[in-house]
Ligand binder design. Sequence first.
Ligand code: ADP
Ligand code: ADP
Ligand code: ZN
Length: 215
Amino acid sequence: MNIILLGPPGAGKGTQARHLVETRNMVQLSTGDMLREAKDSGTEMGNMVADVMARGDLVTDEIVIGLIREKLEDTTEHGGFIFDGFPRTLAQATALDELLKATGKTLDHVIELRVNDDALVKRIAGRSTCGNCGEVYHDVTKPQPADGKCSKCGASDFKRRADDNEESLRNRLMEYYKKTSPLLGYYYAHDLLKRVDGLADINVVQASIEAILDA
Ligand code: ADP
Ligand code: ADP
Ligand code: ZN
């Protein structure tokens, strides 16, 4: 089963994807994570996208489609792909359709996590992640353990994203409404769109997603 988690920055896509990786052996394909990795390891592509990402603009369709294409070629057995933060434009969505078709795969659900702007700002402002395993924390709703060690892996190297500041976030939200929200219509028309209240507690959102996957 292959699914897309769709929603603005801070909607909870990464948090929910990680859970599905653990419980269903699915594979998370986060173009944001891939781009940050390229940036951190200083590859040519990484250097090219660094400024764009810092501003909160979208990187080119060509780059992210290339990243996804590479991952879809992997033939290891698993519970399916979770597309997290991809596609973000109609061009990416149609490219994904083609890539899936070419590799004999289907898209089963597009799950929209609905969260309003006020909540998104609060979520992004409080977000941190474990630098070792990527576990996602929030200062208020999911605080880092008091002993300073990641609850998943025990490391004590927490990170905050450079682009999780107000100016970049405002831009990311505008990019989302302008370029990504048209995908809601696109997938609705393909009868794939499912909506989940992303404002609910993390475990409630989890249960709603599981109900969709098990239906
Ligand atoms: P968030 O978790 O806040 O939704 P991501 O980690 O998905 O953000 O993305 C971080 C940045 O990486 C984006 O602001 C954008 O610059 C770039 N990016 C990630 N995925 C894509 C994509 N599919 N298309 C274009 N740019 C992307
Ligand atoms: P995205 O990948 O969509 O950008 P994240 O999964 O990184 O979103 O979540 C953004 C922030 O919001 C994180 O700090 C995370 O701990 C927190 N968060 C995620 N889901 C919820 C939820 N249902 N309720 C409250 N906080 C949440
Ligand atoms: Zn960790």
